[in-house]
Structures are given as structure tokens and as C-alpha cells.
Design a protein around this ligand. Structure first.
Ligand SMILES: Nc1nc2c(ncn2[C@@H]2O[C@H](COP(=O)(O)OP(=O)(O)O)[C@@H](O)[C@H]2O)c(=O)[nH]1
Ligand SMILES: [Mg+2]
Length: 367
């Protein structure tokens, strides 16, 4: 039996199984088995190299990368044309852009790469169409924009979420805070400091790990963890990516539906055609990328407010040194910092000091 058939079989069995206390253990074992087969499928992709699993050749450029995914004809190309200076073909029919078209959003002094990806179809994670390539590209993104046709309801959203989930992408989720460490010997050390209501007990943890041929490990559960959380931690190859759900074509919807979509978590309603709410969308892209702008200042000159250094939130003086020049750290003496991260201005700081949005930094070097 091929690996895809094995996956289908397990998926069907999970579907058929009622979810209750008595079936928790059985479902847990099935889920772990499914995760292992899916990982094998992805590994196979990587090994075959240059095949479907490698993603599109789109050079990383700019300060961050945003991948747009969605079914055909939801308005992805239209959005790219409206908010970047790129021309992507817009189709009136069920028409798919076949390649990946990159554009750039200029916002707050940053260059954000926006990728228009071919409309992915159901079953992509199992290798149908170009979906596998689309997903491989989505994995490289700092943010996923899931484009949806507001007139089509929630069906597409669920399908796309499932496709991404099944290849190990986790949207708007934190890495589970489970302590897990494989060991060379000593068997399983299992501790739960919080009550477990999803069926994760020592037996299930042991048997899931056996499936991975892991017999020695330490596991500490400090919160009410789900079985899926535990499998994600053991697999260790999950990608945690923020996602914004964009409901397009609200010009075709009634106000009640628009209101309901707008209230959903991580969701934005727009009309690309009518250019409704696109500025807010760009603002939310910026917010979700968690970038900060840091202005540099040389000696007695005023800060350069025209070209900020764009860094990830949480970046330090060390990061800005590397951003400016890879050798700068070697001659670094201290930095002067003005702005929200400074206790008093200017504050004299070392390499470890963490910066805030719109700080001004002057690097003092030796010699
Ligand atoms: N009514 C309406 N139609 C739109 C909107 N945005 C895009 N379209 C239309 O939807 C069709 C598909 O758009 P396209 O950008 O090619 O979709 P893609 O396949 O996702 O790239 C085209 O006919 C667009 O003119 C919108 O906000 N409202
Ligand atoms: Mg298109």
C-alpha cells in the first residue's frame, strides 16, 4: 500500500471514530501515526529535489516576505496590482496564475515582499496540482495572507487551513510549551504538573514515543496540553506563521455578513476592486510582521529619518550592528540610544540592549 493510501486510511478511521474519553487513547495513537506518514511524505519531497516540494524560485528580497494563498479567482492578482507596483494578470474566469509573481509594498520606510501564488486546490498537501509548490513557498513566509471570497462563506477557509495544517504549518499559534528531551538511556520520565483533560497520560506518551522508536526521554507537561500539541513537539519540524484572513469582494455581500467576518479573529474585510479598506490591510500586514524601525545617527548629524533600519521586534544593538555592516561589531564600543527603549536619553548601551520601534541609535566605535 502506498503512503498516500495509508494516510487516507488513517484519516478515514479518525473521521469514523467518535471523540470521547474511551477513544482518546486510540485516537492519539492514530494521530501520531498520521503525523509520521505525513512527515515521510514531506521528507520524500525534499529528497527528490527540484520536484514539486521545493517551492517557486522567488528570490527573497526586502525586509519581510508575505505569501498570499487562496483559491483561484478570489482576487489575489487584483490585490497585488492595487497595493504594489507590479502587474499580475487578472482573470475574469476560473483562471489560475501559474507562476509565483512577487511585488513590493513600500510602507513606513520598509520594503515588504508580497507573493501572488497560484490558486491552490484541495488535496494540495497530497501532491495535487501545483499545490505542493505553493505550500513549500508559504513555508518560507513571515506572514500568510489567506485570501477568501466573502460571497463564498467559510468553506474555503477550512479547506485551506486543513491543507496547511497537514504539512506542518501552524497559523497564529505559539510553539507548545511542553518540555521534551530525548535521552540516551534511562527510559521515560513523565511529569504532569497540571491536570490533563485531553487524555495525555504516561501510557499514551510512552506509546506515541514508541511509534517514533524513542524509548528514553524526559517529558514535562505544565499546562493542559492536547495530543496534537505533544505530537507537534515530538515531530519538531512545525512552522509557526502568523496569518491574516482577508475576506475580499465585500461589495457583493450584505452588511450583516461583512460585519460577522470583520469580527472574526485575525480577519479583515476588503474590496480590492472598489479599493475599500486596503490601507487598513497594509497596516495590519505591518502589525502582524512585528517589525520595528530604527533610525541611525552619525556624530553630531541629525538622525536619518528617511531610511530606517527595518528589524524584527525584539532586536538588539547587536542586530542593528549586523544590519549596518557585518564587521561593525568588532570595533563596537557602546551605543547611544534615544527613544522608548531608553531609560533616560541618550542611554549608553551594550550589544544586548533591546530596541523599540522608532528608536534612534548612534554607534560609537573604537579607533
Ligand atoms: N466584485 C468584485 N470582484 C473582484 C474583486 N476583486 C477581484 N475581483 C474580480 O475577481 C476576478 C478574479 O480576480 P483575480 O485577481 O484574477 O483572482 P486570483 O485568481 O485570485 O488572482 C476578476 O474578475 C476580478 O476583477 C472585488 O473586490 N469585488
Ligand atoms: Mg491570479
Amino acid at each position: 500500500m502506498g503512503i498516500l493510501e495509508k494516510i487516507k486510511d488513517i484519516e478515514n478511521e479518525i473521521q469514523r471514530t467518535q471523540k470521547n474519553k474511551a477513544t482518546e487513547y486510540h485516537l492519539g495513537i492514530l494521530k501520531a501515526k498520521l503525523a509520521r506518514y505525513r512527515s515521510q511524505l514531506m521528507e520524500g519531497d525534499k529528497k527528490s529535489g527540484g520536484g514539486d516540494g521545493t517551492g517557486f524560485e522567488a528570490r527573497k528580497a526586502g525586509d519581510a516576505r508575505v505569501a498570499m494563498i487562496g483559491f483561484p479567482s478570489v482576487g489575489k492578482s487584483t490585490l497585488l496590482n492595487k497595493i504594489t507596483k507590479t502587474e499580475s494578470e487578472v482573470g475574469a474566469y476560473e483562471y489560475t496564475t501559474l507562476t509565483c509573481i512577487p511585488g513590493v509594498i513600500n510602507y513606513k520606510g520598509s520594503d515588504i515582499q508580497l507573493l501572488d501564488l497560484p490558486g491552490i486546490i484541495e488535496g494540495a498537501s497530497e501532491g495535487k496540482g501545483r499545490g505542493r509548490q505553493v505550500i513549500a513557498t508559504a513555508r518560507t513566509a513571515d506572514l500568510v495572507l489567506m485570501m477568501l471570497d466573502a460571497s463564498k462563506g467559510e468553506v474555503h477557509k477550512k479547506l485551506l487551513q486543513n491543507e496547511l495544517e497537514s504539512v506542518g504549518i501552524r497559523l497564529n499559534k505559539q510553539k507548545p510549551a511542553i518540555y521534551y528531551k530525548p535521552k540516551a538511556s534511562g527510559g521515560l520520565h513523565f511529569t504532569a504538573t497540571a491536570k490533563q483533560t485531553h487524555g495525555l497520560n504516561e501510557k499514551l506518551v510512552r506509546d506515541i514515543l514508541h511509534g517514533y522508536r524513542i524509548f528514553n526521554a524526559e517529558v514535562i507537561l505544565r499546562y493542559d496540553a492536547t495530543i496534537d500539541d505533544f505530537i507537534d513537539v515530538v515531530e519538531g519540524n512545525r512552522q509557526y506563521i502568523p496569518c491574516v484572513y482577508v475576506y475580499n469582494k465585500i461589495d457583493t455581500c450584505n452588511i450583516e455578513d461583512i460585519d460577522a467576518y470583520a469580527r472574526k479573529a485575525h480577519s479583515i474585510v476588503v474590496s480590492c476592486e472598489w479599493e475599500l479598506n486596503l490601507e487598513y490591510l497594509i497596516d495590519q500586514i505591518w502589525e502582524n510582521l512585528s517589525l520595528i524601525r530604527v533610525y541611525t545617527k552619525k556624530r553630531a548629524n541629525p538622525p536619518d529619518f528617511q531610511e530606517p533600519c527595518i528589524l524584527r521586534s525584539g532586536s538588539s544593538i547587536e542586530d542593528i550592528c549586523d544590519y549596518i555592516h557585518r564587521d561593525l561589531k568588532k570595533s563596537f564600543k557602546y551605543a547611544l540610544v534615544w527613544g522608548r527603549s531608553a531609560k533616560h536619553t541618550p542611554q549608553r548601551c551594550g550589544l544586548a540592549h533591546r530596541l523599540a520601534d522608532e528608536d534612534v541609535v548612534q554607534i560609537i566605535t573604537a579607533g
